[in-house]
Design a protein around this ligand. Structure first.
Ligand code: DAH
Length: 336
């Protein structure tokens, strides 16, 4: 009997004023009225008791048992209620909260696309320094000191001999100085010009240079390569036009125009009603550059081209202000 009272007291001390979890409840349930629980145990003891003690013990046992069962029942109900309440905090009809997954910058996406088109035509990527010697930036690509072509490129000078490269063309000179033909490279990279930023100018921008040198390379190869690039980049229906121009590192030189991707050549605001948009400079490598590289005279020919990555991106994405690419406004960037 005393034992039964003790069991009841112990039980009360475990449940009264306690905040029980579902697993606490399971544990207590097992401890008292489970198959090997204390009360179940006491029930088994009942049959070994002397006959005269049985009725009294049985009565108390039943009382304790019902008490424990009732209490556990109440606690369970409370538990279920609070679990329900908890569930009410979740409105399963709400749209999911989206995790924002970032992506590469639109300029990087365009650059990757340009690279992959040229990889497909057998080009590899070459690299060169952004802080460049005057020699490679100008001299070795046939822009001697005092040449008027220097005026076309407002330059950041570190000293008389060191500049921030104004174009990726110096990589041509470095490449040819180190390697004999065949050469088939593109060189993407940052270039610098002393320009005030506006919708179409930035003091820092990106170019992709191309250089192919081998025996018997002709202007037709240049046209084929650029025509293929334009088709893959802008679509099969876009035409290419070569317009005579001047670059001291190519002879002859040409600007490459594409038929306007917005009006398909009919004439609109973007192409200034001409139906054409300029996208890059190009030409046959000036033999002067082979002299600088120390190549055998008359043996090689080649072509080169250079384009602005931002310019291609503006056309591909129909963005009318270059500065948007640098402001890194997430609302702008998310659109790509
Ligand atoms: N370097 C020229 C520029 O920055 C672009 C260019 C034109 C590169 C013609 C070339 C080329 O390789 O052949 O304006």
């Amino acid at each position: 009997m005393i034992e039964l009272e003790k069991i009841k007291e112990q039980f009360l001390s475990e449940v009264n004023g306690k905040k029980l979890s579902r697993s606490d409840w399971e544990r207590i349930h097992t401890k008292y009225i489970g198959r090997k629980g204390l009360i179940t145990d006491a029930t088994i003891q009942l049959k070994d008791l002397p006959k005269e003690q049985k009725p009294q013990f049985g009565k108390v046992l039943n009382e304790v048992k019902s008490f424990v069962e009732e209490k556990l029942g109440e606690i369970k109900e409370e538990l279920l209620k609070s679990e329900d309440a908890l569930q009410e905090h979740f409105d399963f009809t709400l749209p999911e909260r989206k995790q924002f997954v970032g992506h590469t910058h639109p300029l990087t996406q365009i650059l990757d696309e340009i690279k992959s088109i040229f990889y497909g035509m057998g080009f590899t990527v070459a690299d060169g320094p952004e802080v460049e010697l005057d020699y490679y930036n100008f001299e070795a690509v046939n822009i001697p000191k005092d040449h008027p072509a220097r005026d076309m490129q407002d330059t950041f000078f570190f000293s008389d001999n060191v500049v921030l490269r104004t174009h990726t063309t110096p990589v041509q000179a470095r490449m040819m100085e180190k390697h004999k033909p065949p050469i088939r490279i593109i060189c993407p990279g940052r270039v610098y010009r002393k320009d005030t930023p506006d919708a179409t100018h930035l003091p820092v921008f990106n170019q992709v240079e191309g250089l192919v040198v081998d025996e018997n390379v002709t202007f037709a190869d240049l046209k084929g390569t650029i025509g293929t690039f334009v088709h893959r980049m802008f679509g099969k229906e876009i035409g290419t036009r070569f317009r005579p121009s001047f670059f001291s590192f190519t002879e002859p030189s040409a600007e490459v125009d594409i038929s306007c991707i917005f009006c398909k050549g009919k004439g609109c605001r973007v192409c200034k009603n001409s139906g054409w948009i300029e996208i890059m400079g190009s030409g046959m490598v000036n033999p002067k550059l082979y002299e600088y590289a120390g190549y055998e005279k008359g043996r090689y020919s080649g072509y080169a081209f250079g384009m602005g990555v931002e310019r291609i991106a503006m056309l591909a994405y129909d963005v009318n202000d270059l500065r948007l690419f640098l402001e890194n406004d997430i609302r702008f960037l998310r659109q790509f």
